[in-house]
Design a protein around this ligand. Structure first.
Ligand code: CO
Length: 200
């Protein structure tokens, strides 16, 4: 454990020196404030790091992550992030960034009791219940799991539309663009879902 922590700090030390050498005003500029171009809701999975996959520089992506990238109307943490992003930072693009091979989605589908997280995964079980017929019609288990990952992202887009933050912002005439993306860590590609065309 100590060796791993040491690795991170060693990297940070080199990185900070390198950035400073490249541009002496780099940190000074960032310290003045942020003007990110998108809010991203992603999964906590260690293999999907948005800044690495999407190449977001510091200051570009405002990020919230939780297990299985869920928008819960009872989650003050995410709702506060959303409100700050939209009302204070003026962000107009919101990305729900799910991923194939999501352990949270699999756990919900397998219906295994894990503990506290079962309550959180009830959000995914709701998605399953809504789309039971479509999911039941998919014979291959992996395909079914992949489709649930997509349906979850699309459902969270729908949930975003129902938040007070989204509704009030659009009522004020602000246009917010919602993006449904699914990352595949087996090939590194991001798939864009056509969410306007899908009823969730
Ligand atoms: Co995940």
């Amino acid at each position: 454990m100590q060796r791993i922590v040491g690795k991170f700090l060693e990297y940070n030390s080199h990185w900070a020196c390198e950035k400073q050498a490249e541009d002496p005003h780099f940190f000074e500029h960032l310290a003045k404030g942020q003007n990110p171009i998108a809010l991203l809701l992603g999964c906590s999975d260690s293999r999907v790091s948005p800044s690495v996959v999407l190449g977001g520089d510091l200051g570009e992506i405002f990020i919230h992550r939780n297990i299985a990238n869920v928008v819960s109307h009872a989650d003050m943490n995410f709702l506060s992030v959303l409100q700050y992003a939209v009302d204070v930072l003026g962000i107009q693009d919101i990305i729900v960034y799910g991923h194939y091979g999501c352990g949270g989605i699999r756990a919900a589908m397998d219906d295994e009791a894990i503990g506290l997280i079962d309550n959180w995964l009830a959000n995914i079980k709701d998605v399953m219940a809504t789309h039971q017929a479509e999911l039941d019609a998919i014979p291959d288990e992996q395909d079914r799991l992949n489709r649930l990952v997509e349906l979850n992202v699309l459902t969270q887009i729908k949930n975003l539309r129902q938040t007070s933050v989204f509704r009030q912002a659009t009522k004020r005439g602000k246009s917010l663009r919602l993006h449904a993306w699914v990352y595949d860590f087996s090939n590194g590609q991001v798939k864009v879902l056509e969410h306007e065309a899908v009823e969730v």
